[in-house]
Design a protein around this ligand. Sequence first.
Ligand SMILES: NC(=O)c1ccc[n+]([C@@H]2O[C@H](COP(=O)([O-])OP(=O)(O)OC[C@H]3O[C@@H](n4cnc5c(N)ncnc54)[C@H](OP(=O)(O)O)[C@@H]3O)[C@@H](O)[C@H]2O)c1
Length: 251
Amino acid sequence: MNIAILTGASAGLGKSFFRSVTARYPDLDAIWLIARREERLREMAAGSAVPTVVLPFDLTDSASYETLSARLAAEKPCVKMLINNAGLGQLDNVADSDWPTQSRMVDLNCRALTAVTTLALPYMAAGSFVLNVASIASFAPNARMTVYSSTKAYVLSFSKGLREELKAKKINVLAVCPGPMKTEFLEVADITGRSPMFKLLPYSDPDKVADRAVVLAAKGRAVYTPRLFFKFYRILAKLLPHSLIMKLCKT
Ligand SMILES: NC(=O)c1ccc[n+]([C@@H]2O[C@H](COP(=O)([O-])OP(=O)(O)OC[C@H]3O[C@@H](n4cnc5c(N)ncnc54)[C@H](OP(=O)(O)O)[C@@H]3O)[C@@H](O)[C@H]2O)c1
């Protein structure tokens, strides 16, 4: 049984991944959809050409890893692709925030991504891929999004290291590093109307980002940064001191 696992499937980029995967891989035996809002996942499942399994998990809760582990052990699928897309941000200085808000980003963006990947890997084979959603925020620290950018730096670093580990098994790992996209993320992170930088930056179309990322992950690419503007930023962030980058790119 060949399956895809997609986290953060109920909104934004996750829905775009769902459209891309079901269109490009109509022969999959199932796509497992993970997010908290079950109703939304059920609506997606109802209209899907690929059989769909709805897993309404809160990925910040360790119990969801136990349930996923048991389900994988029971069904022993071949996981053709794992798309770790679930994530959240928060625009605020750490000192003006509270620990549950700040640590939730670590729990979802890092801990859950690591747990789900580790659980899925034994069920992946040559030709499978892991696609991790990082961000342009992974290239350099961003004050006012300090924890978010740190979590995405983890995702990028984790993806590169894991890719090296899995080369011999012919399993690719791709990190996609998008700039801003008009999704619920902006409201959840309390960015809308509070960041001049987010008003200036060019936005990406989530459908295009997801589809290209799926294609490149299957082709064996390591990192995908949509838009020339952000490819240039990625190079700048490698060349310039991060103290300067943080002054130039204030969120
Ligand atoms: N939008 C941007 O500007 C932007 C830019 C760069 C990178 N990204 C990254 O892109 C990814 C997708 O974000 P998006 O823009 O599509 O945001 P979004 O519209 O807010 O979607 C986030 C998804 O994550 C799920 N999620 C949130 N908390 C969860 C939890 N505790 N357990 C399980 N699932 C959870 C949400 O579903 P439920 O609420 O139903 O659980 C939703 O499906 C994230 O990793 C984000 O960091 C976004």
